[in-house]
Design a protein around this ligand. Structure first.
Ligand code: ATP
Ligand code: MG
Length: 560
Protein backbone atom coordinates (compact mmCIF):
# COMPACT_ATOMS: atom_id res chain seq x y z
CA UNK A 1 0.00 0.00 0.00
CA UNK A 2 1.23 3.43 -0.92
CA UNK A 3 0.33 4.89 2.47
CA UNK A 4 2.81 2.65 4.20
CA UNK A 5 5.70 4.44 2.59
CA UNK A 6 4.46 7.65 4.12
CA UNK A 7 4.11 6.38 7.69
CA UNK A 8 4.85 9.11 10.23
CA UNK A 9 8.29 8.94 11.72
CA UNK A 10 8.20 8.83 15.52
CA UNK A 11 8.82 12.30 16.88
CA UNK A 12 11.97 12.69 18.91
CA UNK A 13 11.11 13.40 22.53
CA UNK A 14 11.51 17.08 23.29
CA UNK A 15 12.00 18.81 26.59
CA UNK A 16 8.81 19.84 28.36
CA UNK A 17 8.01 23.52 28.05
CA UNK A 18 7.41 25.51 31.23
CA UNK A 19 3.63 25.20 30.99
CA UNK A 20 3.84 21.43 30.62
CA UNK A 21 6.12 21.32 33.65
CA UNK A 22 3.61 23.31 35.71
CA UNK A 23 0.69 21.16 34.62
CA UNK A 24 2.54 17.89 35.22
CA UNK A 25 3.45 19.07 38.70
CA UNK A 26 -0.14 20.16 39.40
CA UNK A 27 -1.50 16.81 38.26
CA UNK A 28 1.18 14.86 40.14
CA UNK A 29 0.54 16.71 43.41
CA UNK A 30 -3.19 16.20 43.05
CA UNK A 31 -3.86 19.95 42.98
CA UNK A 32 -6.17 19.24 40.06
CA UNK A 33 -7.64 15.98 38.86
CA UNK A 34 -7.92 17.28 35.34
CA UNK A 35 -7.14 20.53 33.64
CA UNK A 36 -9.41 23.07 32.00
CA UNK A 37 -8.01 25.84 29.81
CA UNK A 38 -9.81 28.54 27.86
CA UNK A 39 -9.27 30.58 24.73
CA UNK A 40 -10.57 34.13 25.32
CA UNK A 41 -10.82 36.15 22.10
CA UNK A 42 -12.28 39.59 22.05
CA UNK A 43 -14.77 39.54 19.14
CA UNK A 44 -13.40 42.76 17.66
CA UNK A 45 -11.56 41.31 14.68
CA UNK A 46 -10.55 38.12 12.94
CA UNK A 47 -8.11 35.61 14.40
CA UNK A 48 -4.52 35.80 13.21
CA UNK A 49 -1.43 33.61 13.37
CA UNK A 50 -0.66 34.91 16.86
CA UNK A 51 -4.01 33.58 18.01
CA UNK A 52 -3.12 30.28 16.34
CA UNK A 53 -0.20 30.00 18.72
CA UNK A 54 -2.47 30.68 21.69
CA UNK A 55 -5.00 28.14 20.35
CA UNK A 56 -2.30 25.51 19.89
CA UNK A 57 -1.11 26.08 23.46
CA UNK A 58 -4.54 26.08 25.10
CA UNK A 59 -6.08 23.23 23.12
CA UNK A 60 -2.76 21.42 22.78
CA UNK A 61 -2.16 21.27 26.54
CA UNK A 62 -5.71 20.19 27.27
CA UNK A 63 -5.50 17.43 24.67
CA UNK A 64 -2.09 16.27 25.85
CA UNK A 65 -3.23 15.99 29.47
CA UNK A 66 -6.75 14.70 28.90
CA UNK A 67 -8.37 18.01 29.81
CA UNK A 68 -10.74 20.37 28.06
CA UNK A 69 -10.80 23.89 26.65
CA UNK A 70 -13.61 26.44 26.74
CA UNK A 71 -14.11 29.06 24.12
CA UNK A 72 -14.94 32.23 25.97
CA UNK A 73 -15.58 35.47 24.19
CA UNK A 74 -14.23 38.41 26.12
CA UNK A 75 -17.12 40.64 25.09
CA UNK A 76 -17.08 43.50 27.57
CA UNK A 77 -16.60 46.31 25.08
CA UNK A 78 -19.87 46.64 23.14
CA UNK A 79 -18.73 49.44 20.84
CA UNK A 80 -16.03 47.44 19.06
CA UNK A 81 -17.62 44.04 18.95
CA UNK A 82 -19.73 42.31 16.37
CA UNK A 83 -21.42 38.94 15.67
CA UNK A 84 -19.58 38.80 12.35
CA UNK A 85 -16.40 38.33 14.38
CA UNK A 86 -18.00 35.86 16.78
CA UNK A 87 -18.95 33.58 13.88
CA UNK A 88 -15.66 33.97 12.03
CA UNK A 89 -13.68 33.07 15.17
CA UNK A 90 -15.58 29.80 15.55
CA UNK A 91 -15.06 28.93 11.91
CA UNK A 92 -11.33 29.55 12.18
CA UNK A 93 -10.92 27.47 15.35
CA UNK A 94 -12.75 24.58 13.69
CA UNK A 95 -10.64 24.95 10.61
CA UNK A 96 -7.50 24.53 12.71
CA UNK A 97 -9.07 21.31 13.94
CA UNK A 98 -9.88 22.21 17.54
CA UNK A 99 -13.14 21.54 19.34
CA UNK A 100 -14.05 23.51 22.45
CA UNK A 101 -15.92 22.07 25.40
CA UNK A 102 -18.28 25.02 25.98
CA UNK A 103 -18.97 28.19 24.07
CA UNK A 104 -19.25 30.96 26.65
CA UNK A 105 -19.31 34.72 26.84
CA UNK A 106 -18.07 37.09 29.53
CA UNK A 107 -21.45 38.76 29.07
CA UNK A 108 -23.08 35.53 30.36
CA UNK A 109 -21.70 36.58 33.73
CA UNK A 110 -22.80 40.22 33.79
CA UNK A 111 -25.44 39.53 36.48
CA UNK A 112 -22.97 37.68 38.68
CA UNK A 113 -20.31 40.34 38.20
CA UNK A 114 -22.81 43.02 39.11
CA UNK A 115 -23.80 41.17 42.29
CA UNK A 116 -20.17 40.88 43.32
CA UNK A 117 -19.75 44.62 42.73
CA UNK A 118 -22.64 45.39 45.08
CA UNK A 119 -21.13 42.98 47.57
CA UNK A 120 -17.82 44.83 47.41
CA UNK A 121 -19.62 48.14 47.93
CA UNK A 122 -21.38 46.73 50.95
CA UNK A 123 -18.10 45.55 52.39
CA UNK A 124 -16.57 48.99 51.84
CA UNK A 125 -14.29 47.64 49.09
CA UNK A 126 -15.65 49.76 46.23
CA UNK A 127 -16.91 53.29 45.67
CA UNK A 128 -18.45 55.47 42.99
CA UNK A 129 -16.08 58.14 41.72
CA UNK A 130 -17.34 61.29 39.94
CA UNK A 131 -13.92 62.30 38.66
CA UNK A 132 -13.28 62.34 34.93
CA UNK A 133 -10.95 59.74 33.44
CA UNK A 134 -8.25 62.40 33.12
CA UNK A 135 -8.55 63.32 36.77
CA UNK A 136 -8.42 59.69 37.77
CA UNK A 137 -5.35 59.12 35.64
CA UNK A 138 -3.63 62.20 37.05
CA UNK A 139 -4.50 61.12 40.57
CA UNK A 140 -2.87 57.71 40.24
CA UNK A 141 0.62 59.10 40.76
CA UNK A 142 3.70 57.47 39.27
CA UNK A 143 5.88 54.51 40.08
CA UNK A 144 7.97 56.73 42.35
CA UNK A 145 5.13 58.85 43.76
CA UNK A 146 1.98 57.71 45.51
CA UNK A 147 -1.39 58.66 44.05
CA UNK A 148 -3.96 60.96 45.67
CA UNK A 149 -7.22 59.83 47.18
CA UNK A 150 -10.26 60.79 45.17
CA UNK A 151 -12.47 63.38 46.93
CA UNK A 152 -15.30 60.81 46.53
CA UNK A 153 -13.37 57.96 48.11
CA UNK A 154 -15.10 58.13 51.47
CA UNK A 155 -18.71 58.05 50.41
CA UNK A 156 -20.97 55.97 52.63
CA UNK A 157 -21.98 52.47 51.65
CA UNK A 158 -25.59 53.66 51.23
CA UNK A 159 -24.60 56.50 48.91
CA UNK A 160 -22.33 54.26 46.87
CA UNK A 161 -25.02 51.66 46.52
CA UNK A 162 -27.59 54.24 45.45
CA UNK A 163 -25.24 55.85 42.93
CA UNK A 164 -24.09 52.53 41.49
CA UNK A 165 -27.70 51.43 41.02
CA UNK A 166 -28.45 54.74 39.36
CA UNK A 167 -25.48 54.19 37.07
CA UNK A 168 -26.93 50.80 36.17
CA UNK A 169 -30.39 52.32 35.65
CA UNK A 170 -29.11 54.80 33.10
CA UNK A 171 -29.31 57.98 35.13
CA UNK A 172 -25.86 59.21 34.09
CA UNK A 173 -24.10 59.91 30.84
CA UNK A 174 -21.00 58.09 29.61
CA UNK A 175 -17.97 59.14 31.64
CA UNK A 176 -19.92 60.85 34.38
CA UNK A 177 -19.14 58.25 37.02
CA UNK A 178 -17.20 55.02 37.47
CA UNK A 179 -17.09 52.33 40.12
CA UNK A 180 -13.61 51.81 41.62
CA UNK A 181 -12.18 49.26 43.98
CA UNK A 182 -11.03 50.80 47.24
CA UNK A 183 -7.57 49.33 47.71
CA UNK A 184 -4.59 51.64 48.26
CA UNK A 185 -3.67 54.81 46.36
CA UNK A 186 -0.06 54.44 47.52
CA UNK A 187 0.29 50.78 46.51
CA UNK A 188 3.69 50.08 44.91
CA UNK A 189 1.89 48.22 42.12
CA UNK A 190 0.05 50.93 40.19
CA UNK A 191 -2.60 48.39 39.20
CA UNK A 192 -3.80 48.40 42.81
CA UNK A 193 -4.36 52.15 43.03
CA UNK A 194 -8.13 51.88 43.12
CA UNK A 195 -8.65 50.22 39.71
CA UNK A 196 -11.85 51.00 37.83
CA UNK A 197 -14.38 48.16 37.94
CA UNK A 198 -17.23 49.57 35.88
CA UNK A 199 -17.69 52.35 33.35
CA UNK A 200 -20.84 53.78 31.83
CA UNK A 201 -21.37 53.07 28.16
CA UNK A 202 -24.73 53.68 26.56
CA UNK A 203 -24.25 51.20 23.77
CA UNK A 204 -26.10 48.14 22.52
CA UNK A 205 -24.29 44.90 23.13
CA UNK A 206 -24.32 42.13 20.49
CA UNK A 207 -25.72 39.70 23.05
CA UNK A 208 -27.26 41.60 25.94
CA UNK A 209 -28.80 44.31 23.77
CA UNK A 210 -29.79 47.35 25.82
CA UNK A 211 -30.01 45.56 29.14
CA UNK A 212 -26.84 47.17 30.43
CA UNK A 213 -25.38 50.64 30.18
CA UNK A 214 -22.54 49.87 32.57
CA UNK A 215 -19.84 47.43 31.51
CA UNK A 216 -17.16 45.73 33.64
CA UNK A 217 -13.46 46.36 32.97
CA UNK A 218 -11.05 43.64 31.85
CA UNK A 219 -9.33 43.19 35.22
CA UNK A 220 -12.60 42.93 37.07
CA UNK A 221 -13.92 40.42 34.53
CA UNK A 222 -11.30 38.02 33.36
CA UNK A 223 -10.26 36.25 36.55
CA UNK A 224 -13.82 35.97 37.78
CA UNK A 225 -14.93 34.41 34.50
CA UNK A 226 -12.07 31.92 34.74
CA UNK A 227 -13.08 31.18 38.29
CA UNK A 228 -16.78 30.72 37.52
CA UNK A 229 -15.84 28.17 34.87
CA UNK A 230 -13.27 26.45 37.14
CA UNK A 231 -10.47 27.13 34.69
CA UNK A 232 -7.31 25.61 36.15
CA UNK A 233 -4.67 27.18 33.93
CA UNK A 234 -5.50 30.58 32.45
CA UNK A 235 -2.86 31.12 29.82
CA UNK A 236 -2.27 34.53 28.28
CA UNK A 237 0.46 36.64 26.75
CA UNK A 238 3.29 38.33 28.66
CA UNK A 239 1.81 41.82 28.75
CA UNK A 240 -0.70 40.52 31.28
CA UNK A 241 1.90 39.57 33.88
CA UNK A 242 1.49 42.98 35.55
CA UNK A 243 -2.23 42.23 35.85
CA UNK A 244 -1.70 38.90 37.60
CA UNK A 245 -1.58 40.23 41.20
CA UNK A 246 -4.88 41.97 40.63
CA UNK A 247 -6.31 38.83 39.03
CA UNK A 248 -5.40 36.96 42.22
CA UNK A 249 -6.65 39.78 44.45
CA UNK A 250 -10.19 39.71 43.03
CA UNK A 251 -10.37 35.94 43.34
CA UNK A 252 -9.14 36.06 46.95
CA UNK A 253 -11.33 39.02 47.88
CA UNK A 254 -14.43 37.32 46.50
CA UNK A 255 -13.36 33.96 47.90
CA UNK A 256 -14.03 32.08 44.67
CA UNK A 257 -12.39 29.15 42.79
CA UNK A 258 -8.65 29.79 42.56
CA UNK A 259 -7.88 29.88 38.85
CA UNK A 260 -4.26 30.77 38.08
CA UNK A 261 -2.83 32.85 35.31
CA UNK A 262 0.37 31.98 33.39
CA UNK A 263 2.00 34.09 30.71
CA UNK A 264 3.93 33.23 27.55
CA UNK A 265 5.54 35.38 24.85
CA UNK A 266 3.41 36.63 21.97
CA UNK A 267 4.22 35.46 18.52
CA UNK A 268 5.52 38.10 16.14
CA UNK A 269 6.44 37.25 12.57
CA UNK A 270 8.78 39.04 10.22
CA UNK A 271 7.28 41.10 7.37
CA UNK A 272 3.87 41.25 8.95
CA UNK A 273 2.07 42.57 11.98
CA UNK A 274 -0.64 41.17 14.14
CA UNK A 275 -2.39 44.00 15.84
CA UNK A 276 -6.11 43.72 15.15
CA UNK A 277 -6.41 47.50 15.20
CA UNK A 278 -3.90 47.86 12.37
CA UNK A 279 -5.27 44.91 10.42
CA UNK A 280 -8.72 46.50 10.68
CA UNK A 281 -7.30 49.75 9.33
CA UNK A 282 -5.80 47.93 6.32
CA UNK A 283 -9.21 46.43 5.61
CA UNK A 284 -11.23 49.59 6.18
CA UNK A 285 -8.94 51.81 4.10
CA UNK A 286 -8.78 49.31 1.25
CA UNK A 287 -5.07 48.49 1.38
CA UNK A 288 -6.14 44.86 1.18
CA UNK A 289 -9.30 43.33 -0.24
CA UNK A 290 -10.65 42.20 3.13
CA UNK A 291 -9.82 40.28 6.30
CA UNK A 292 -9.33 37.23 4.09
CA UNK A 293 -6.99 38.86 1.62
CA UNK A 294 -4.34 36.17 1.03
CA UNK A 295 -1.61 38.59 2.16
CA UNK A 296 -3.15 39.05 5.59
CA UNK A 297 -1.77 37.14 8.58
CA UNK A 298 -5.34 36.32 9.57
CA UNK A 299 -6.34 32.66 9.63
CA UNK A 300 -8.96 33.30 6.93
CA UNK A 301 -6.28 35.09 4.91
CA UNK A 302 -3.69 32.32 5.10
CA UNK A 303 -6.43 29.77 4.44
CA UNK A 304 -7.30 31.57 1.21
CA UNK A 305 -3.59 31.69 0.47
CA UNK A 306 -3.44 27.89 0.67
CA UNK A 307 -1.70 27.43 4.03
CA UNK A 308 -2.91 24.28 5.76
CA UNK A 309 -3.91 23.80 9.41
CA UNK A 310 -1.31 21.03 9.59
CA UNK A 311 1.46 23.42 8.54
CA UNK A 312 0.37 26.11 11.00
CA UNK A 313 0.24 23.63 13.86
CA UNK A 314 3.63 22.19 12.92
CA UNK A 315 5.06 25.70 12.96
CA UNK A 316 3.58 26.45 16.39
CA UNK A 317 5.06 23.22 17.70
CA UNK A 318 8.42 24.11 16.20
CA UNK A 319 8.63 27.58 17.76
CA UNK A 320 7.68 26.23 21.17
CA UNK A 321 6.51 28.14 24.20
CA UNK A 322 8.76 30.62 25.94
CA UNK A 323 8.58 33.73 28.04
CA UNK A 324 11.04 35.61 25.85
CA UNK A 325 9.76 37.89 23.11
CA UNK A 326 9.69 36.14 19.79
CA UNK A 327 10.16 37.69 16.38
CA UNK A 328 10.02 34.59 14.27
CA UNK A 329 11.13 34.34 10.66
CA UNK A 330 8.04 34.01 8.47
CA UNK A 331 10.28 31.83 6.31
CA UNK A 332 9.93 29.18 9.02
CA UNK A 333 6.17 29.12 8.57
CA UNK A 334 6.53 29.06 4.78
CA UNK A 335 8.88 26.15 5.13
CA UNK A 336 6.28 24.23 7.18
CA UNK A 337 3.70 24.98 4.48
CA UNK A 338 6.10 23.71 1.83
CA UNK A 339 6.88 20.53 3.77
CA UNK A 340 3.21 19.72 4.24
CA UNK A 341 2.23 20.48 0.66
CA UNK A 342 5.24 18.68 -0.76
CA UNK A 343 3.93 15.51 0.84
CA UNK A 344 0.29 15.96 -0.09
CA UNK A 345 -0.22 18.30 -3.05
CA UNK A 346 -1.14 17.00 -6.48
CA UNK A 347 1.22 17.99 -9.28
CA UNK A 348 0.34 19.70 -12.52
CA UNK A 349 2.20 21.68 -15.12
CA UNK A 350 1.40 25.32 -15.72
CA UNK A 351 3.09 28.20 -17.47
CA UNK A 352 2.63 31.71 -16.15
CA UNK A 353 3.32 35.25 -17.24
CA UNK A 354 4.41 35.75 -20.81
CA UNK A 355 5.12 32.32 -22.29
CA UNK A 356 7.04 31.42 -25.45
CA UNK A 357 5.42 29.19 -28.05
CA UNK A 358 7.17 26.03 -29.22
CA UNK A 359 6.36 24.80 -32.68
CA UNK A 360 7.40 21.23 -33.41
CA UNK A 361 8.07 21.24 -37.13
CA UNK A 362 8.32 17.44 -37.38
CA UNK A 363 5.07 16.73 -35.50
CA UNK A 364 2.18 15.44 -37.52
CA UNK A 365 -0.43 18.21 -37.79
CA UNK A 366 -3.46 17.69 -35.57
CA UNK A 367 -1.97 14.76 -33.67
CA UNK A 368 -2.40 14.57 -29.88
CA UNK A 369 -0.43 12.10 -27.81
CA UNK A 370 -1.47 11.49 -24.21
CA UNK A 371 1.08 10.91 -21.48
CA UNK A 372 0.43 9.73 -17.96
CA UNK A 373 2.07 11.05 -14.84
CA UNK A 374 1.43 10.44 -11.15
CA UNK A 375 -0.48 13.12 -9.30
CA UNK A 376 2.13 12.82 -6.59
CA UNK A 377 5.62 11.47 -7.32
CA UNK A 378 5.81 10.12 -3.76
CA UNK A 379 3.18 7.58 -4.88
CA UNK A 380 4.33 6.49 -8.37
CA UNK A 381 1.66 3.81 -8.44
CA UNK A 382 -1.03 6.11 -7.07
CA UNK A 383 -3.58 8.12 -9.03
CA UNK A 384 -2.47 9.56 -12.34
CA UNK A 385 -3.36 12.42 -14.58
CA UNK A 386 -3.36 12.42 -18.40
CA UNK A 387 -1.39 15.11 -20.18
CA UNK A 388 -1.94 15.97 -23.85
CA UNK A 389 1.11 16.60 -26.03
CA UNK A 390 0.81 18.33 -29.41
CA UNK A 391 2.83 20.19 -32.01
CA UNK A 392 2.28 23.58 -30.35
CA UNK A 393 3.33 24.06 -26.79
CA UNK A 394 3.86 26.90 -24.33
CA UNK A 395 6.91 27.16 -22.13
CA UNK A 396 7.99 29.62 -19.50
CA UNK A 397 9.93 32.59 -20.85
CA UNK A 398 12.57 31.98 -18.19
CA UNK A 399 13.26 28.56 -19.69
CA UNK A 400 14.75 29.98 -22.87
CA UNK A 401 17.83 32.13 -23.36
CA UNK A 402 19.15 33.30 -26.68
CA UNK A 403 22.71 34.16 -25.68
CA UNK A 404 23.03 31.54 -23.05
CA UNK A 405 26.18 30.85 -21.05
CA UNK A 406 27.67 27.37 -21.27
CA UNK A 407 26.15 26.29 -17.98
CA UNK A 408 22.61 27.17 -19.03
CA UNK A 409 20.81 23.85 -19.30
CA UNK A 410 17.38 24.98 -20.31
CA UNK A 411 16.48 25.72 -23.92
CA UNK A 412 18.83 27.72 -26.14
CA UNK A 413 19.44 27.95 -29.88
CA UNK A 414 20.75 24.59 -31.12
CA UNK A 415 20.32 23.24 -27.65
CA UNK A 416 18.30 20.30 -26.39
CA UNK A 417 16.02 19.91 -23.43
CA UNK A 418 13.53 17.33 -22.24
CA UNK A 419 9.91 18.43 -22.06
CA UNK A 420 8.89 16.91 -18.78
CA UNK A 421 7.34 13.41 -19.05
CA UNK A 422 7.80 13.42 -22.85
CA UNK A 423 10.40 13.84 -25.55
CA UNK A 424 13.68 15.63 -25.98
CA UNK A 425 13.35 18.63 -28.30
CA UNK A 426 15.96 20.68 -30.16
CA UNK A 427 15.63 24.39 -30.83
CA UNK A 428 16.36 25.15 -34.48
CA UNK A 429 15.04 28.64 -35.06
CA UNK A 430 14.12 31.67 -32.97
CA UNK A 431 11.14 33.72 -34.13
CA UNK A 432 10.81 37.34 -33.05
CA UNK A 433 8.31 40.13 -33.44
CA UNK A 434 9.05 43.59 -34.88
CA UNK A 435 10.48 44.75 -31.55
CA UNK A 436 12.91 41.89 -31.44
CA UNK A 437 11.06 40.05 -28.72
CA UNK A 438 11.15 36.27 -28.93
CA UNK A 439 7.64 34.94 -29.56
CA UNK A 440 8.18 31.37 -30.72
CA UNK A 441 10.79 28.69 -31.24
CA UNK A 442 10.82 26.23 -34.07
CA UNK A 443 11.93 22.91 -32.68
CA UNK A 444 12.06 19.28 -33.64
CA UNK A 445 11.31 16.44 -31.27
CA UNK A 446 13.28 13.22 -31.18
CA UNK A 447 10.76 10.34 -31.43
CA UNK A 448 13.36 7.92 -30.07
CA UNK A 449 13.31 9.64 -26.68
CA UNK A 450 9.82 8.67 -25.56
CA UNK A 451 10.37 7.97 -21.85
CA UNK A 452 8.78 4.53 -21.91
CA UNK A 453 9.46 3.15 -25.36
CA UNK A 454 12.54 5.07 -26.49
CA UNK A 455 16.21 4.44 -25.99
CA UNK A 456 17.43 6.18 -22.90
CA UNK A 457 19.32 9.33 -23.70
CA UNK A 458 19.86 12.00 -21.14
CA UNK A 459 20.03 15.76 -21.43
CA UNK A 460 20.91 18.12 -18.65
CA UNK A 461 17.71 20.13 -18.61
CA UNK A 462 14.04 19.25 -18.13
CA UNK A 463 11.42 21.97 -18.42
CA UNK A 464 7.67 22.08 -17.97
CA UNK A 465 5.23 22.92 -20.73
CA UNK A 466 1.56 22.85 -21.68
CA UNK A 467 -0.15 22.03 -24.96
CA UNK A 468 -1.35 25.37 -26.40
CA UNK A 469 -4.57 23.87 -27.68
CA UNK A 470 -5.48 22.10 -24.45
CA UNK A 471 -4.19 24.60 -21.90
CA UNK A 472 -6.74 26.17 -19.55
CA UNK A 473 -6.17 29.82 -19.04
CA UNK A 474 -6.40 31.20 -15.53
CA UNK A 475 -5.81 34.37 -13.59
CA UNK A 476 -2.65 33.98 -11.60
CA UNK A 477 -2.31 36.00 -8.40
CA UNK A 478 1.26 36.09 -7.22
CA UNK A 479 1.47 37.06 -3.59
CA UNK A 480 4.47 38.24 -1.70
CA UNK A 481 5.08 39.62 1.75
CA UNK A 482 2.77 42.36 2.92
CA UNK A 483 5.50 44.61 4.29
CA UNK A 484 9.05 45.42 3.21
CA UNK A 485 10.38 45.66 6.75
CA UNK A 486 11.27 42.52 8.68
CA UNK A 487 10.68 43.87 12.17
CA UNK A 488 7.42 45.77 11.89
CA UNK A 489 7.27 46.08 15.66
CA UNK A 490 10.54 47.97 15.60
CA UNK A 491 9.69 50.77 13.17
CA UNK A 492 10.26 54.23 14.68
CA UNK A 493 7.38 55.90 16.51
CA UNK A 494 7.21 58.78 14.04
CA UNK A 495 6.79 56.54 11.00
CA UNK A 496 3.47 55.19 9.83
CA UNK A 497 3.52 51.41 9.41
CA UNK A 498 1.61 51.83 6.14
CA UNK A 499 4.69 53.44 4.56
CA UNK A 500 6.22 49.97 4.67
CA UNK A 501 3.53 48.20 2.65
CA UNK A 502 5.16 46.16 -0.11
CA UNK A 503 3.92 47.59 -3.45
CA UNK A 504 4.67 44.25 -5.08
CA UNK A 505 2.78 42.13 -2.59
CA UNK A 506 0.27 41.29 -5.33
CA UNK A 507 1.11 40.86 -9.00
CA UNK A 508 -1.59 39.55 -11.30
CA UNK A 509 -0.63 37.69 -14.49
CA UNK A 510 -2.07 35.08 -16.80
CA UNK A 511 -1.43 31.39 -16.51
CA UNK A 512 -2.08 28.28 -18.62
CA UNK A 513 -2.45 24.91 -16.99
CA UNK A 514 -2.68 21.34 -18.22
CA UNK A 515 -6.36 20.38 -18.43
CA UNK A 516 -6.29 17.83 -15.60
CA UNK A 517 -6.10 20.72 -13.12
CA UNK A 518 -9.79 21.31 -13.82
CA UNK A 519 -10.64 17.92 -12.30
CA UNK A 520 -8.55 18.38 -9.17
CA UNK A 521 -10.69 17.79 -6.12
CA UNK A 522 -7.99 17.49 -3.48
CA UNK A 523 -9.29 20.55 -1.63
CA UNK A 524 -5.76 21.76 -0.90
CA UNK A 525 -3.16 23.66 -2.89
CA UNK A 526 -1.55 21.98 -5.89
CA UNK A 527 2.03 22.10 -7.03
CA UNK A 528 2.75 23.64 -10.39
CA UNK A 529 5.88 21.70 -11.17
CA UNK A 530 9.06 23.75 -11.06
CA UNK A 531 7.01 26.85 -10.15
CA UNK A 532 5.40 26.63 -6.73
CA UNK A 533 2.22 25.85 -4.83
CA UNK A 534 -1.06 27.42 -5.89
CA UNK A 535 -4.60 27.17 -4.60
CA UNK A 536 -7.91 27.87 -6.27
CA UNK A 537 -9.40 31.15 -5.07
CA UNK A 538 -13.03 31.02 -3.88
CA UNK A 539 -13.88 33.89 -6.26
CA UNK A 540 -13.29 31.55 -9.22
CA UNK A 541 -16.29 30.88 -11.41
CA UNK A 542 -16.92 28.16 -14.01
CA UNK A 543 -15.58 30.35 -16.76
CA UNK A 544 -12.88 32.14 -14.80
CA UNK A 545 -10.36 30.24 -12.74
CA UNK A 546 -8.25 32.19 -10.25
CA UNK A 547 -5.17 30.58 -8.71
CA UNK A 548 -3.46 32.13 -5.69
CA UNK A 549 0.22 31.53 -5.15
CA UNK A 550 0.64 29.88 -1.77
CA UNK A 551 4.42 29.66 -1.58
CA UNK A 552 7.33 29.00 -3.92
CA UNK A 553 9.20 25.72 -4.11
CA UNK A 554 12.27 27.15 -2.47
CA UNK A 555 12.88 30.10 -0.25
CA UNK A 556 13.51 32.66 -2.98
CA UNK A 557 12.51 35.81 -1.17
CA UNK A 558 14.82 38.70 -1.87
CA UNK A 559 13.50 42.11 -0.94
CA UNK A 560 16.44 44.43 -0.35
P1 ATP B 1 -4.73 42.48 19.50
O1 ATP B 1 -3.79 43.22 20.38
O2 ATP B 1 -4.22 42.16 18.15
O3 ATP B 1 -6.12 43.06 19.49
P2 ATP B 1 -5.48 40.73 21.59
O4 ATP B 1 -4.44 40.12 22.43
O5 ATP B 1 -6.23 41.86 22.16
O6 ATP B 1 -4.85 41.05 20.19
P3 ATP B 1 -7.53 38.81 21.94
O7 ATP B 1 -8.69 38.54 21.07
O8 ATP B 1 -7.78 39.46 23.23
O9 ATP B 1 -6.51 39.64 21.09
O10 ATP B 1 -6.66 37.50 22.13
C1 ATP B 1 -7.16 36.23 22.47
C2 ATP B 1 -6.02 35.42 23.01
O11 ATP B 1 -5.00 35.29 22.04
C3 ATP B 1 -5.39 36.08 24.22
O12 ATP B 1 -5.15 35.10 25.20
C4 ATP B 1 -4.13 36.67 23.69
O13 ATP B 1 -3.16 36.75 24.68
C5 ATP B 1 -3.76 35.69 22.56
N1 ATP B 1 -2.95 36.36 21.54
C6 ATP B 1 -3.25 37.48 20.87
N2 ATP B 1 -2.25 37.84 20.05
C7 ATP B 1 -1.28 36.91 20.21
C8 ATP B 1 0.03 36.71 19.64
N3 ATP B 1 0.54 37.56 18.74
N4 ATP B 1 0.74 35.64 20.04
C9 ATP B 1 0.23 34.78 20.93
N5 ATP B 1 -0.97 34.90 21.50
C10 ATP B 1 -1.73 35.95 21.16
MG1 MG C 1 -7.37 41.65 24.02
Amino acid sequence: MAEETNAPVAEPARKLNFLEEIIEADLASGKYKSILTRFPPEPNGYLHLGHAKSLCINFGLAMKYGGKTNLRYDDTNPTKEDVEYVDAIKEDIHWLGFQWEKELYASDYFDQLYEWAEMMIQRGQAYVDDQSLEEIRAGRGTISEPGKDSPYRNRSVEENLRLFREMRDGKYADGEKVLRAKIDMAHPNMMFRDPILYRIKHASHHRTGDKWCIYPMYDYTHGQCDSIENITHSICTMEFDVHRPLYDWFIETLGIFPSHQYEFARLNLTYTLMSKRKLLELVEKGYVSGWDDPRMPTLCGVRRRGYTPEAIKAFCEQIGVTKRDQLMDIGGLESCVRTDLNARANRYMAVTGDPIRIILTNWEKGRTEWFEAPLNPAFPDGPKRRIPFTGELLIDRADFMEDAPKKYFRLKPDGEVRLKYTYIVRCNKVIKDQDGKVTALECTYDPDTHPQSGQWRSVKGTIHWVSAEHARKFECRLYDRLFTEADMGGIPEDRDYKEFLNPESLVVTDGWAEPALMDDNSGIAVQFERVGYFVKDPDSTDGHLIMNKTVGLKDSFKLA
